[in-house]
Every structure is written in structure tokens, then in C-alpha cells.
Write a new protein. Sequence first.
Length: 258
Amino acid sequence: MSSRGLTLFLGVAVAFAVTFVAGLLAVELGYARPGDLAAALKNGELRHAIFLSLTTATIAATLALLAALPVAYALARHQFPGSFFVDLLLDLPVVLSPVAVGVSLLLLLRTTPGRWIETHLISFIFETPGIVLAQFTVALALSIRVLKAAFQEVDVRYEQVSRFLGLNGWETLLKVTLPLAKRGILAAFILAWARSMGEFGATVTLAGAVAGKTETIPVAIYLRMASVDITGAVALIVLLSLFSLTALLMVRLLVRAR
């Protein structure tokens, strides 16, 4: 194939992909009128769903980031027996069906330790904390993957120099590595937050789809579709798309600013 033919082939492939995704956004915007989105924002139940999604996604993304930081650093900087299989295992929630993740969480909470936690500490099943747990589970693997790449981009020689100058491991991590990886850390949080905002399968399996209680934006879309409220569902889809596009734009800007 000539260079011109390859260029044409690549151009057609890119045009197809862009047209397909842009078409999805176009039909959303074409179906939902500006007044529909305004009406959705005035609906008390939907406002609760939006607030619940923003709150639980922020909590889940924060917890996922805190849990992922030491794990990602260990995988990026240290080779230990079984590290390959640990890395492989931690990637599982990325490719596993969210419904399967939700069922697994449900089964975990039906074990003896899980029942004790449900009874004495905090209730997850069909409760708001269950939304956070489901979102945390799917966001954790993504956070680890992004943070690992961020730490790998930090030149290890900076850490070696800091230790040569007398800093211990903790000081090197806090004063050298984390500041140098700050853009990657922020990108990991944004992506984890966006992933949590769009989470449905694990959430609806563990926390249920109780209107006004465990109704996040994706659950609200599902309930609107089930009640044949297509206009309300599309208005929420447009809102969720705006959140997602904003998050992706922020990540792109962070990457370009490096």
C-alpha cells in the first residue's frame, strides 16, 4: 500500500470513528430541547439524583485515590515476588462486568465478616453507602492504572539524589515524588470521579434503584426509560455527557500542560 493509500485509509478510519461518536451526541442534543434540561433541573427528585451522584462520586474518587496511591507507587517502583500477578489481579475490575462486580460485593457482604459489618458498623445493601462502595470498587482499578503510569514517568534519579542528600523514604515520597507526579494524581482523581459518576451496573445490583434514596443519575435514566419518560431520560443523558466531557477536557489540559 502506498503512503497516499495509507493516509487515505487512516483518514477514513478516523472520520468514521469521529462521525459515530459525534452522531451519538448529536441525537442526544437533537432530541432534548433546552427546556427539557431546565425542567429536569427543576424536578426535586432529579435534583436529588444529581446531588447524590456528585456527592457519592466525589467521596468514592477520593477514597479510591487514597487507596490507590501506595499500591500504584509500590507497583511502579518495586519488583517483588508475585508483583506481575498482583498487577494482573488489580486490573480485573476494569474488564469485569459491573453487574458481576456488584454481585461479588453483595456476596462478600453476605459472608460472616460482611454480616458483622452490616450489623455493627455500616449498612451497604440497598443503602447510600452501597453506592459509594460500588463506585469505589470500579474506580480503584482505574486509579491504580493511571497513578502507576504517573509514577513511572517520574525519573527515579530524582529520588536517588534526594536520598543521597539525606532524605529518608517517606520524605522522598512526600517532598519529591508526589509533587512531581501531581498532574498525574489530579488526572487520576478526575477520571475516577467521572467513572464513578457514570457507574450503574454495580450500583444498581448492590444499592438498588430506589427512587429518591439510591437514585443516582444513571439509575434515574434507567427509571425514566422504564416509565417511558424518554424526554426526562435524554435530558439526564445530556447532563451526564456534559459532566463526562468536562472531566475529559480537564485531563487533556493537564496532560498538555506537562
